[in-house]
Design a protein around this ligand. Structure first.
Ligand SMILES: CC(C)(COP(=O)(O)OP(=O)(O)OC[C@H]1O[C@@H](n2cnc3c(N)ncnc32)[C@H](O)[C@@H]1OP(=O)(O)O)[C@@H](O)C(=O)NCCC(=O)NCCS
Length: 180
């Protein structure tokens, strides 16, 4: 039976290779290694405060994982998290696990009072879980975007969000222009 858990710490040691396996199968070994090193760096981020995550497991098997890292808008009091990356084990894709994990993770963030979630990816996929295109004026990305069409967000507060005030900062693992 698939179990969703908010918290990634008891799976931390498996996550770099898990993300490598999923991404090398879907987009190639080079991207797999890039995501693997991103995950290693991300796991050095201060947990709870700036890094959260959720996993899907079945017995002892890891089936999926999503990481959420803090995006800080110094001039805006709202708590904002960046949802990235997202991976579902290759042989279990297209079975709804990704959407269930995203919905579950966002519910947990909402319960913590997180006001807004942002992601950077395929609008048609992330649109299935409530993400809509946002402009760079609405929420300034921490770095210039190579694919502004993939800049997506959703309010978690129950009401439409006002634009974010001022520039944003990502956690240090994402402080790499090639990721944006
Ligand atoms: C993208 C990913 C997380 C989706 O998870 P999943 O469990 O396979 O997807 P779900 O079963 O929840 O959703 C399937 C639906 O999403 C669509 N979909 C899946 N991956 C997609 C993608 N990369 N782009 C657009 N649509 C996609 C499917 O066509 C399907 O649509 P339908 O319901 O209309 O038939 C997963 O396929 C994956 O890990 N891919 C490799 C890594 C990756 O690309 N991660 C995202 C970038 S961080």
């Amino acid at each position: 039976m698939i179990e969703l858990s908010f918290g990634y710490k008891n799976q931390s040691s498996r996550l770099p290779d898990f993300f490598y396996d999923v991404f090398s199968a879907s987009v190639g070994g080079e991207e797999g290694r890039a995501i693997q090193s991103l995950i290693r760096e991300l796991l050095k981020t201060e947990p709870d405060q700036d890094l959260q995550g959720c996993v899907a497991t079945d017995g002892g098997d890891l089936l999926g994982c999503i990481m959420f890292s803090r995006l800080t808008f110094d001039q805006d009091p709202r708590r904002v998290f960046l949802m990235s990356p997202v991976a579902v084990r290759t042989d279990r894709q297209q079975g709804g696990i990704g959407q269930k994990l995203i919905t579950f993770g966002l519910d947990q963030l909402r319960a913590q009072g997180v006001g807004f979630a942002i992601t950077y990816g395929d609008p048609s996929y992330y649109g299935k879980t409530g993400f809509l295109p946002i402009s760079e004026a609405f929420a300034q990305p921490p770095m210039p975007l190579s694919q502004p069409i993939g800049w997506l967000g959703q309010s978690l507060s129950g009401s439409q969000a006002d634009p974010m005030v001022g520039p944003s900062r990502c956690v240090s693992a994402f402080d790499r222009p090639d990721l944006w």
